[in-house]
Design a protein around this ligand. Structure first.
Ligand SMILES: *[C@@H]1O[C@H](CO)[C@@H](O)[C@H](O)[C@H]1NC(C)=O
Ligand SMILES: *[C@@H]1O[C@H](CO)[C@@H](O)[C@H](O)[C@H]1NC(C)=O
Ligand SMILES: *[C@@H]1O[C@H](CO)[C@@H](O)[C@H](O)[C@H]1NC(C)=O
Ligand SMILES: [Zn+2]
Length: 494
């Protein structure tokens, strides 16, 4: 099968959706992806990416080499996919997605989550261990989830395991099965089947995981002082106001959690990772912990201490959150504009390691106007690259920054750096064509995740994913999903 050389240019010139649904997307021959704007972490150039019959990157080529190859006999049977001036980049890796299936499939599911991911240029997502029932806290539960996912996914899906009190004996088995790491909470998780760990439980888990080369990721907030009883009566702060919720989860809860994690590091060689950093003050605490670890001889990536922030902390600020709009609720909370600016300085200076969506949907009935009782979680896996790029472009950052935080960083965290997250020979040909100049409006009609709730509704975003390829197979093109599910689960049993 040969796609016409002018295929993508045709889309651009005509503005009409090119319908190629039904064409066999499995590459039968080599593919040569071309672009005047190939983007890797370290450079941007005109050239191409040669992909072999199995969907693996064979070569990354500058324009001169492309011209030589195109003039040669051997390129005769290749499929040439020319993106013109669209940026050709590694597909994204969103290492923080709550798929919720099975058990809370009305909130989200593998089909809708991975369709949204494909439309957002995410060629890999990693499912969080909680909010599905069962949670991913045993090998058996992991198998249940993987079986569920297998036939339904449009992009590749990896899994985090969970650490909860008392499941130490399961952890090594899950490591062998290929979980990318583990997640635990230091505070109420919001669902009863995923209890948080006390410092004592944590110590135990770190001993069990020591030497396994895995990652332990933390929801880093702790209860500071006594938990105040639910306020009722006329003198209580108004729960419809965002500030009421914000005041209930101050920065100190994140800072103390970061200090608790730092205090455990001398006892273990486990890589620790803090998910969804909101309070900027967490970053210096983790940096001090990293320095200490390196001083004590730790040799792994980033001194074994990393952190992510999320698009909502980089895009929104507390001042602009309207009363009664719990689609803005997440934990830790979105903080003020000063905090947001500081997070962007950390991005600029590479003091954070990756960005994620923390895509955490629920049904609309669990939202509602009361910030104190509404489900905390923001859905945005479909808009990962566009949200980040809207802010990053306005600050003058390059697409290399986008690929650093959304592809290479999360792939590295998940131990997938020899398979995902970069344009390099030997890696999966997970590729996207991205238009960094195009803009679009977020509307319910374009949202592909299950519950069409978003704090970004009606916003104009800059940067549009035009096509998404998973291991060389086209899965999304200009508004349409192409063919059926082609994703794999990233586990070592099948
Ligand atoms: C985006 O704009 C830049 C600067 O004007 C231009 O060089 C580039 O070719 C444009 N890219 C696309 C895909 O239109
Ligand atoms: C953790 O494992 C390392 C080997 O990776 C070992 O050198 C160290 O002694 C272990 N620490 C503890 C507390 O067991
Ligand atoms: C934002 O919050 C921080 C910490 O609570 C505070 O120091 C700072 O003054 C606040 N900035 C604004 C603009 O309100
Ligand atoms: Zn989460």
């Amino acid at each position: 099968m040969l796609l016409p050389h002018i295929f993508l240019s045709a889309i651009l010139l005509s503005g009409v959706t090119c319908r190629i649904i039904g064409l066999a997307p499995k590459p039968a021959e080599k593919q040569l992806f071309l672009s005047r704007h190939v983007v890797t972490e370290s450079e941007e150039f005109e050239g191409g990416v040669l992909v072999d019959e199995s969907g693996t990157i064979e070569a990354v080529l500058k324009k001169d080499s492309v011209d030589v190859l195109l003039g040669s006999e051997k390129s005769k049977d290749w499929e040439i996919i020319d993106g013109g001036s669209l940026a050709l980049m590694a597909g994204g890796v969103d290492s923080h997605v709550h798929v919720n299936e099975p058990g809370r499939t009305s909130w989200e599911g593998y089909v809708t989550a991975t369709e949204a991911a494909a439309a957002g240029g995410m060629t890999t997502i990693i499912d969080m261990p909680l909010n599905s029932i069962p949670p991913t806290t045993t090998l058996e539960n992991l198998k249940i989830k993987a079986n569920m996912a297998k036939e339904e996914i449009f992009v590749d899906v990896g899994f985090w395991g969970g650490v909860v009190p008392g499941n130490e004996e399961e952890l090594q088995e899950m490591v062998k099965a290929g979980v990318v790491g583990f997640k635990c909470f230091l505070i109420n998780s919001g669902v009863s089947e995923f209890p948080y760990v006390t410092p004592k439980d944590l110590e135990k888990a770190l001993v069990y995981l020591n030497g396994s080369g895995t990652v332990l990721a933390f929801h880093a907030e702790v209860q500071v002082g006594e938990e105040s009883p639910e306020c009722t009566g006329p003198s209580c702060p108004d729960p419809v106001l965002y500030d009421t919720y914000l005041a209930s989860r101050p920065e100190i809860m994140e800072l103390e959690a970061a200090s608790l994690i730092a205090s455990q590091l001398s006892k273990t060689d486990v890589h620790v990772h803090v998910v969804h950093v909101s309070a900027e003050g967490v970053v210096p605490i983790l940096e001090a912990a990293r320095e200490e670890r390196i001083k004590n001889g730790y040799v792994g990536w980033r001194g074994g201490v990393t952190a992510e922030t999320c698009n909502h902390y980089l895009t929104l600020s507390s001042e602009q959150i309207p009363a009664g709009h719990s689609e803005y609720k997440c934990a830790p909370p979105i903080r003020n504009i000063t905090n947001k600016q500081k997070l962007w300085e950390y991005i600029r200076d590479e003091r954070l390691d990756l960005v994620t969506s923390d895509h955490s949907p629920s049904v609309a009935e669990l939202k509602g106007p009361n910030f104190m009782t509404a489900w905390g979680g923001i859905s945005s896996v479909q808009f990962d690259l566009s949200l980040f790029w809207t802010e990053a472009k306005a600050r003058g950052y390059s697409l290399r920054t986008l690929t650093h935080y959304w592809s290479a960083g999360p792939a590295r965290l998940c131990g997938l750096q020899e398979k995902k997250g970069s344009i390099r020979p030997g890696l999966d040909a997970d590729l996207i064509f991205f238009d960094p100049n195009a803009s679009f409006v977020v509307t319910p009609e374009i949202i592909r995740y299950k519950n069409k709730i978003s704090p970004y509704m009606n916003r104009v975003l800059t940067g549009k994913v035009m096509q998404t390829y998973v291991r060389g197979q086209l899965v999304y093109s200009d508004g349409e999903l192409i063919g059926g599910p082609k994703g794999d689960t990233l586990l070592s049993f099948e």
